[in-house]
Write a new protein. Sequence first.
Length: 372
Amino acid sequence: MSGQQFRRNIIVTGGAGFIGSHLVRLLVKKYPEYRIINVDALTYAGNLANLKDIENCDNYVFRKADVTDFEAMRRIMEDFHVDAIIHLAAESHVDRSIKDPFIFAKTNVLGTLTLLQASKEYWESLPEKFDGKLYYQVSTDEVYGALELTRPDGEAPYGDEFFTEQTRYAPHSPYSASKASADHFVRAFHDTYGLPVIISNCSNNYGPYQFPEKLIPLFINNIRHGKPLPVYGKGENVRDWLYVEDHARAIDLIFHRGTPGETYNIGGFNEWKNIDIVRLVIRTVDRMLGRKEGESERLITFVTDRAGHDLRYAIDSSKLHDELGWEPSLQFEEGIEKTVRWYLDNQEWLDNVTSGEYENYYARFYGDSDTH
Ligand code: NAD
Ligand code: TYD
């Protein structure tokens, strides 16, 4: 299979997932001269329907494969003359990692190591070796651990401390521990073998095509169906939210203009307490469904807190802004408006992904709620 007619041949792993599908769409449309090879195992979180609009593009290829399968990864790299990898495939939900940490170690740690080793071996076998090659690791701010909430009742920001690229890794959940471990392997391959790598650590994403086990899509769906909204603890945890297309734009920019060996934080300086987001989403859904605004507040159900629940995440993304000129394009309220509209207009997508198996998992997990 020749890749000569394409200027670059880029693997995106996890391209059928939430962020991956936005990134694949952006790259396929913006760079017809690149071939984008979407490598995804299609777990419960992967859905090719996320890419219906671009699946027939000449510069798009899909390969169903597991990133922990070394032979498969090597073969795809050789078949498509791959010169860059953007690695997103992962188990990504903290609550699942608390229930079943092993798959997180396998997919997130071994999967990353497999891609690193396969790309190193493949690129070393070429005459130009690592020249013009790039391994890009998509990571999370959760690797940095948690920040204090020093102004719990004030306006955002909720404290003076932020995660910078210099913050020491201190993960708490099995999910963040697996992502941190993967990032360490990425750095080790850079420092030990000279593999050209870049890591970016992004804050919480939201937007269309996010699997409805994460806060925002889960709650939109539950409000629509009049189901309880399980708020962990008192809803006081703070997250820093970014619209998914802004994350995809940042990855595109860093991929092209970032410096190999460097790390970039991505975030919108947009901190919100969970309970405030819940109220905003309730107001938005109620209004769009023609209900009395705030009517669905009765669905708020405070449940037992998540074990080891990180209090606050807040990203300092000034390096990305100052060095590469990136900034988020959407205000949060605008992004929530777009997101709620999308979920309400795409009920079929939601029905398809909320299979019986997922519903059962969900029921088991939230069995201990205490309704207020
Ligand atoms: P997601 O769960 O929606 O999608 C993950 C994708 O990876 C799915 O398509 C799934 O099929 C695929 N996958 C899982 N295991 C695989 C395997 N063994 N082999 C091949 N494919 C496999 O995740 P997401 O929210 O889109 O996150 C993507 C990446 O971005 C992850 O690495 C995550 O850690 C990171 N990240 C996510 C957020 C966020 O808020 N969602 C924030 C920062 C960073
Ligand atoms: P989530 O979307 O799972 O992202 P993360 O854990 O990676 O930050 O959760 C966002 C926040 O919302 C987090 O503080 C946990 C909280 N949360 C709830 O209160 N109830 C829920 O049902 C879910 C899924 C999350």
